[in-house]
Design a protein around this ligand. Structure first.
Ligand code: SF4
Length: 355
C-alpha cells in the first residue's frame, strides 16, 4: 500500500517514498518489485534529474514514471558563492515559489541548511521569512532535492544537513520525518544521525513525537531569551508554547534519544545579551545534556531597527559567563552575508530564517 506524499497528487511522487513504498509502486505499475529497488537508488542516491538517466530501467517503466511527473519538482535557479566559501542555492518549486538552501563551510565539513516550508507562519521578530507568512509546505522529495541537487552542483561532499532554512520543520512534520528517514537510510542518502539536525522554534508535541520516531537525529532549540516575556516578543510562538514547555520537551528528547540538545541563541544588543540573561541561560543549560551556540543576530534591514546584533565584546562576555557556569558554549560566526545566505536571511531579496 503506497502512502501518498505530502502534496495532493493523484498518484504518489516516487521521490520521497520509502523503499518498501517504491517497491509497491513498481508493482502497481506492472513491474517486479526489484525495479522499485533500482528506482529508489536512482532517485535517492544518484539524484537523477530525468528518468532517461536511469539507464537500467526498461523504457516502458520510465514512460510510466514520466506520466507521474518528473523525478524532481525543484529547479535550481542559481547558486551564489561568497568569498568565505559559503553559498546560497535558490530553487523554484513547481508552483513557482522560491525556496533557498544555505551552504556553510567548516573544518573538514560542509553543512547544508535546508528549507521545509515556503515562508513561515511563526513570524519571529528578526526573521524575514516570517514576514512572508506561510505560503506552502514542501514535500519530502523537495526537501531531499535541496540536498541532492546541491550535491550534484558542488565539488565537495555535503557532510551535514540542518533543517534550519525557511520554515518551521516541526510544523511540516510528516514531510520532515519522511525526508529524515531517507537522509539516514544507507540505501538512499545514508548520512549518520549525528550529521543531521532538526532546528525548531519550539513545538513541544512535535518534539515528543520526534523522540518516538526512532530517527535520533540532533535537535536544536531556538531559545533567544531565558525569560518568557522577552522570548514572546522575539519568537511569538512562545505565546502558544511556552519556553518552559519547550525546554521540558527538549529535556525529554535528550534523555529518550541519548543526544545533546543545542540551544541556539541569537544575541541582540540590549535585549537578550545582558549578564542576567547569561546567568539564567546557564541554569537552563545545566538541566539536561546540552550546548549553547551564540550567534550575533543577522541584521535584516527591513525589520525592526531596534534589533541590532550584539557587539563582539558583548558576545564574548556572554559566552565567558556561560562557560564560567560549566556550560559548553560557542560563538558561531554568521557566514555568507555577501550572498545573504546566513540563516535568518534566506530569500528575502527574492521574496528567510531560523538561527
Ligand atoms: S526564525 Fe524560523 S521559526 Fe521563526 S519565523 Fe523565521 S523561519 Fe519561522
Amino acid at each position: 500500500m503506497i502512502t501518498p506524499s505530502q502534496k495532493e497528487t493523484t498518484a504518489p511522487r516516487p521521490k520521497g517514498l520509502a523503499l518498501e513504498e517504491t517497491r509497491a509502486l513498481a508493482k502497481d505499475l506492472g513491474e517486479p518489485a526489484y525495479r522499485g529497488d533500482q528506482l529508489f537508488g536512482w532517485l535517492h542516491k544518484t539524484g537523477v534529474q530525468s528518468y532517461d538517466e536511469a539507464t537500467n530501467l526498461p523504457k516502458r517503466f520510465r514512460a510510466k514514471l514520466e506520466a507521474l511527473g518528473p523525478p524532481t519538482t525543484l529547479a535550481l535557479v542559481e547558486f551564489s558563492e561568497a568569498p568565505d566559501g559559503s553559498g546560497k542555492f535558490l530553487f523554484r518549486t513547481e508552483s513557482g515559489e522560491l525556496v533557498e538552501s544555505a551552504l556553510i563551510p567548516g573544518e573538514g565539513r560542509a553543512t547544508l541548511c535546508v528549507s521545509t516550508q515556503v515562508g513561515c507562519p511563526l513570524d519571529c521578530a528578526f526573521c524575514a521569512t516570517g514576514k512572508m507568512g506561510f505560503r506552502a509546505n514542501l514535500d519530502a522529495g523537495e526537501i531531499l532535492d535541496q540536498y541532492l541537487m546541491a550535491s550534484r552542483r558542488l565539488d565537495v561532499p555535503i557532510t551535514n544537513v540542518v533543517y534550519m532554512g525557511m520554515g518551521e520543520p516541526l510544523l511540516n512534520y510528516d514531510a520532515t520525518v519522511r525526508s529524515l528517514r531517507l537522509l539516514l537510510d544507507e540505501r538512499a542518502i545514508g548520512l549518520g544521525r549525528k550529521r543531521v539536525t532538526v532546528s525548531t522554534a519550539g513545538v513541544p508535541p512535535a518534539i515528543d513525537r520526534l523522540a518516538d520516531e526512532g530517527v535520533r537525529v540532533k535537535l536544536a532549540i531556538s531559545v533567544h531569551s531565558p525569560f518568557e516575556d522577552v522570548r514572546s516578543r522575539i519568537a511569538p510562538v512562545n505565546r502558544k508554547y511556552s519556553l518552559a514547555d519547550t525546554l521540558a520537551a527538549a529535556e525529554r528528547y535528550a534523555r529518550a534519544t541519548d543526544t545533546r540538545v543545542t540551544l541556539e541563541y541569537a544575541a541582540i544588543a540590549n535585549i537578550n545579551d545582558r549578564d542576567e540573561d547569561a546567568r539564567a541561560l546557564a541554569k537552563i543549560a545545566g538541566r539536561f545534556p546540552s550546548k549553547v551556540n551564540v550567534i550575533p543576530l543577522n541584521p535584516v534591514p527591513e525589520l525592526d531597527e531596534a534589533l541590532v546584533p550584539s557587539p563582539p565584546e558583548r558576545v564574548e562576555r556572554f559566552v565567558e559567563l556561560l562557560r564560567a557556569k560549566n556550560v559548553d558554549a560557542f560563538v558561531r560566526k554568521t557566514v555568507g552575508r555577501e550572498v545573504e545566505a546566513a540563516c535568518g536571511q534566506l530569500t528575502t531579496t527574492h521574496n528567510t530564517r531560523h538561527l
